[in-house]
Design a protein around this ligand. Structure first.
Ligand SMILES: CC(C)(COP(=O)(O)OP(=O)(O)OC[C@H]1O[C@@H](n2cnc3c(N)ncnc32)[C@H](O)[C@@H]1OP(=O)(O)O)[C@@H](O)C(=O)NCCC(=O)NCCS
Length: 183
């Protein structure tokens, strides 16, 4: 699939489909670990966040980047890759939703500038082009990102409990019943 530039991108933001797993994996892992540490401080146990390992994460991203069913886009500017989004077929069933936004993370100093919306629209367009109709996403209930998803039109669907770092945390699925509503 060719890389895609979204007309709604903020100035200087480029969004590209990942092409090179070995080149992109360390950057994605860096963004993931740094963003987890700022986002989940006070929510996920400190010991878990401190133990996150960028090298190990990079290695676990490589097969995902090589998987054609995984749609992964990175956001970059002149400072390099500062964000990513991943999605694909729904993993655990959530009502009748057929696709899932697996993860979206931006470095703290690149948040609230439109990149998250641009990445989500890019993923939604790509999923729709593959024939998917709808999209769900899981977020820790305490994560302010819940309000980002709602702002983009997602509605709460169901809650579950997940275990992270020795703690049970409430996890909320939200969804867009029509991907077209995001485009
Ligand atoms: C959540 C995240 C991806 C959103 O991306 P972003 O680039 O910061 O958001 P945008 O600037 O594109 O915001 C789009 C809209 O959502 C709103 N919004 C963004 N974050 C919000 C929040 N925490 N609470 C309420 N509204 C929010 C914006 O104000 C904007 O509204 P507008 O329509 O009035 O302009 C980003 O903040 C992030 O990476 N957070 C940390 C990691 C994380 O929590 N990931 C999700 C895990 S489930």
């Amino acid at each position: 699939m060719p890389s895609r530039k979204n007309r709604d991108n903020p100035k200087y933001l480029r969004i590209d489909r990942c092409r090179s797993k070995s080149a992109d994996a360390p950057h994605i892992a860096h963004v993931q670990v740094e963003s987890w540490r700022t986002t989940y401080a006070g929510i996920v146990p400190d010991s878990f966040l401190a133990a996150m390992d960028k090298q190990g994460r990079a290695e676990s991203w490589e097969p995902q980047l090589a998987d054609p069913a995984m749609l992964i886009f990175v956001a970059e500017d002149n400072s390099g890759i500062f964000g990513f989004i991943g999605g694909g077929p729904i993993r655990d069933a959530v009502d009748d939703y057929d696709a899932e936004l697996y993860a979206i993370y931006l470095l703290k100093d690149h948040q609230q500038q439109g990149a998250g919306r641009a990445l989500t629209i890019t993923l939604a367009a790509s999923l729709r082009a593959q024939g998917f109709k709808s999209m769900a996403v899981w977020a820790l209930e305490e994560n302010p990102a819940v309000n980002f998803y709602k702002r983009l039109g997602a509605v709460p669907v169901v809650t579950r409990s997940i275990h992270i770092g020795g703690k049970d945390l409430p996890d909320l699925a939200l969804g867009w019943t029509s991907l077209s509503s995001l485009l």
